[in-house]
Design a protein around this ligand. Sequence first.
Ligand SMILES: [Zn+2]
Length: 100
Amino acid sequence: MQDHRSAEAVAYRRLYKTARWQRIREYQLAMQPLCERCLTMEVVEPATVVHHANGGHKGDEEKFWSGPFESLCKPHHDSDGKREDLGQTVVRFDANGWPM
Ligand SMILES: [Zn+2]
């Protein structure tokens, strides 16, 4: 299981280096240049990472290319994004501090 996961991770790191992914990334950041999770808390923060939304691609190459995508700042991607990719639930809060 552990070996399978890491082999998969290596395969997807390769996809992140393709010109196709670079185009998707640039397009997403052009469409939404601000971190979408910071925005829900009324914080304006430039996004630098394109995250696979809705639980990620889960090894599905079709989903890797088609999305949906989410623009995130690095701190948000490193905390929430990785937990979501591991299948853990991330509770998000809106500007008023209520769980979404
Ligand atoms: Zn953020």
